[in-house]
Write a protein that binds this ligand. Structure first.
Ligand code: ZN
Length: 321
């Protein structure tokens, strides 16, 4: 699975020695992606930080937020759907969800905000999937009546083996929203008095996680925010990185460079949480694409020329061989 260390690589492939000593700033990448027998990985972007990922045997949903409610401003005047306030009761577009999601074995939840967890109560009950997330997220799901047997509360550091799938839970940080003034230490616990349906603003963060999701032949490192803890990402070396790249990352010190270096310059990087999730599917994402993805592709090209950036389109499957 793992990429070879540079020393091993040079011993095995002497023709690379000259290039490595002259111009290579980035360790060459070989390993899992050279295994011709591994099954292809299918990824579908739901928008926000949402994904469906499948190796043909195990289907994992990540922050599956489909409803894309119009709430909290930042939408588009052409969107004539009803406007939700953060104090309004949460609502899921179950017809739309049913048209997109049919089955799942696992649901990984990065944190409890509505654009991550909002549709999980319905999807968890519909699919019977095992859900892995913080105690806050599990408490919210419990309030919605998701069966206890499906709930796996974690804090980060766990490394769980399931049938045909394993996942390492990685502690991380939420995006530095509000020009870095965002900070929310609130948590929901077993003592919290929650009654469903919750209000949108009762979907609190509750701490943030990333996941190293290990599929047959592919390790995917997921992000639900534009932030991370370097020492927690060190040594993970995913072959696919779902990189959070919305605008707040620009307020962090050398975010793109640190992210690529710490994760071992992944062969494939796919931007996530870059769109305007308050707009329905079908609305143009051109402004967000140009603001977030275009400069990110350029930066990755400069920092890690061998990395392939795949810009995802809503609901269009990506296949990684
Ligand atoms: Zn959030």
């Amino acid at each position: 699975m793992r990429r070879l260390h540079t020393a091993t690589l040079l011993a095995a492939a002497p023709t690379l020695t000259l290039a490595a000593s002259c111009t290579l700033l980035v360790p060459p990448k070989l390993g899992a992606q050279t295994d011709p027998s591994r099954p292809p990985l299918h990824l579908t972007y739901f928008g926000a930080a949402g994904w469906e990922i499948s190796d043909g045997t195990v289907t994992v949903l990540v922050d599956p937020y489909i409803s894309r409610l119009k709430y909290g401003g930042g939408g588009d005047p052409a969107d004539d759907r009803p406007d939700f306030a953060r104090t309004d009761l949460a609502w899921s577009d179950t017809i739309l969800i049913d048209s997109i999601i049919s089955e799942a074995n696992f649901i990984l939840v990065h944190h409890g905000h509505f654009d991550h967890l909002g549709d999980v109560p319905y999807i968890a009950k519909k699919t019977g999937a095992k859900v892995i997330g913080t105690e806050t997220s599990m408490t919210i799901l419990r309030a919605y009546g998701v069966p206890e047997a499906q709930l796996y509360a974690v804090r980060g550091g766990e490394d769980y083996q399931f049938d045909g799938f394993s996942v390492r839970v990685v502690p991380t940080l939420h995006s530095a929203l509000g020009e870095k003034h965002y900070y929310d230490a609130r948590r929901w616990t077993a003592d919290s008095d929650l009654t469903a349906p919750l209000r949108i603003n009762e979907f609190i963060e509750g701490g943030s996680l990333s996941f190293l999701a290990r599929f047959a032949g592919h390790d995917v490192l997921t992000m639900g925010s534009m932030n991370f803890i370097e020492r927690e990402f060190e040594g993970l070396e995913p072959d696919v990185l779902l990189a959070g790249i919305n605008g707040s990352r620009l307020g962090l010190y050398e975010y793109d460079a640190r992210l690529l270096r710490t994760t071992g310059y992944p062969p494939i990087v796919i931007p996530t949480h870059w769109d305007n999730f308050r707009l329905p599917y079908g609305f143009s994402q051109k402004p967000n694409y140009e603001r977030n993805i275009v400069p990110f592709i350029q930066t990755v090209h400069e920092l890690s020329p061998d990395t392939r950036v795949i810009a995802p389109t809503h609901l269009e499957p990506i296949v990684i061989k």
